[in-house]
Design a protein around this ligand. Structure first.
Ligand SMILES: Cc1cc2nc3c(=O)[nH]c(=O)nc-3n(C[C@H](O)[C@H](O)[C@H](O)COP(=O)(O)OP(=O)(O)OC[C@H]3O[C@@H](n4cnc5c(N)ncnc54)[C@H](O)[C@@H]3O)c2cc1C
Length: 406
């Protein structure tokens, strides 16, 4: 950690490193507070197009959709998002399965599906309304110097800021996290997630499906205009094999695995693959530093919850900063930052643990275990109150996270 005695440069209230979905969300949540905020993003987002859509998509659960509404992002998204009103999960080997309907928890939908490019653009459009938030892109931080009362941030362009708090929203390989030597616990699943846009034969009827195959889960996510996005997790070797296939051979393999859902898949676009890892930073905060989103934690995408956790980090940190200012506290101080960390840890740890448990449950291929698993899913599918509770947890409805910043 580089120390300096005298802080130089222009004073700003907050510096956010990383203008991905989570970093932009923090800025958007704070944009009406009058705080002077600088977001530093090193690259213009490049969508990976597949049948006219960015094949990197995010399922945003209903509670976070409500957050996007209250923060003012929704108006830029609503015409572009696919709706998810029901979800079917089933085991590829046993016919046991569960169906969730939004109506079971008195909601009109369980969440939405949105291209990452669209969500990033919507967040940037939201920020254009604000004069107190500056997005510097493309721009990078050259160095940071830490002092008791602030951080000096020197950009590659030579511009210098000093701020009471710097936020690392710079993703799983966070550069900022490395600057303070925060180590990570990591778990390599030795899997890749293949993503692509596909066209099913019949309407998806706003239903997301997830099929747990021997090789890993395969999700079909409902996008706009009856298109679907797939996330197919498979061992590295199997994923490389699938990626190397021609479009028509890949389509054939995909149709063998989707089990006739939506009448099968008629067409598939360009494919891309991402290595799957879970990771947890040993510390979410340090004096004058907070980590949010994947910089703090990343999870297996099998339940599509990674960015959802990050959006909740952003909301809780935003509220803590606003509260600290109200009570004339220094928001870079550990007292304030610990409050952020304490609120976020239970959600992060519980989500990570349940992803790990799900992954393990569906990885075991012993016949007796497969039978038990199928039975468990049938019981759960009929367990009214327990099922409702699970649904409320997975849609975030039960989470004690601020929906507006006051
Ligand atoms: C296959 C797959 C499917 C997924 N599906 C879902 C899903 O359905 N739902 C869900 O909730 N999550 C999903 N996720 C997880 C989700 O994509 C991540 O949790 C999310 O992208 C994290 O957002 P972030 O803003 O924290 O980090 P990132 O998206 O990684 O953004 C970090 C930003 O920081 C910038 N940056 C990095 N270093 C620097 C630097 N030194 N200086 C300046 N800028 C920098 C980067 O350019 C980037 O824009 C999925 C992940 C995968 C791999």
């Amino acid at each position: 950690m580089k120390q300096k005695n005298v802080l130089q440069g222009e004073y700003v209230d907050l510096v956010i490193v990383g203008g991905g979905m989570v970093g932009l969300m923090l800025a958007a949540a704070l944009r009406h507070t009058g705080l002077h905020i600088v977001v530093i993003e090193r690259a213009v987002y490049q969508p990976m197009m597949s049948m006219g859509l960015d094949c990197r998509v995010s399922a945003i659960v209903q509670a976070n959709v409500n957050i996007l509404k209250s923060v003012g992002v929704w108006q830029y998204l609503q015409d572009k998002a696919g709706l998810m009103t029901s979800m079917r999960i089933w085991d590829g080997q046993e016919q046991g399965g569960i169906r969730y309907e939004a109506a079971e928890i008195s909601e009109d939908k369980l969440g939405i599906l949105v291209e990452n490019a669209t969500l990033i653009q919507a967040l940037q459009d939201t920020l254009k309304e604000s004069e107190s938030v500056e997005l510097l892109c493309p721009e990078s931080v050259a160095s940071v110097f830490w002092k008791r009362d602030g951080v000096e941030v020197v950009l590659e362009s030579g511009q210098v800021f000093n701020t009471p708090l710097i936020v690392g929203a710079d993703g799983g390989r966070s550069w900022l996290r490395g600057q303070v030597d925060i180590d990570v616990f990591s778990r390599d699943y030795a899997q890749k997630g293949i993503v692509a846009t596909v066209k099913p034969r019949f309407s998806h009827q706003n239903t997301a499906t997830q099929r747990f195959l021997e090789t890993g889960p395969l999700a079909l996510l409902p996008m706009k205009d009856d298109m679907c996005s797939i996330v197919w997790s498979a061992s590295n070797a199997r994923a490389d094999e699938l990626l190397a296939l021609s479009d028509s051979d890949f389509l054939q393999e995909l149709n063998l695995e989707v089990g006739g859902v939506f009448g099968g898949i008629a067409d598939v676009g360009q494919r891309a693959a991402f290595p799957l890892q879970a990771q947890l930073a040993r510390h979410m905060v340090r004096p004058r530093l907070a980590l949010i989103g994947d910089a703090a934690h990343s999870i297996h995408p099998l339940a599509g919850l990674g960015v959802n956790l990050g959006l909740r980090d952003a909301m809780v940190l935003a509220q803590e900063i606003v509260d600290a200012r109200k009570f004339a506290e220094d928001w870079g101080d550990m007292d304030v930052l610990s409050r952020y960390m304490k609120q976020r840890m239970p959600d992060v740890l519980m989500t990570m643990a349940s992803m790990e448990a799900l992954h393990r449950t569906f990885q075991v291929q012993m016949p007796a275990w497969i039978k038990l698993r199928g039975l468990g899913m049938k019981v759960l599918g009929n367990a009214g109150v327990v099922k409702q509770l699970l649904m409320k947890n997975s849609t975030g409805i039960n989470m004690p996270v601020p929906h507006t910043i006051e």
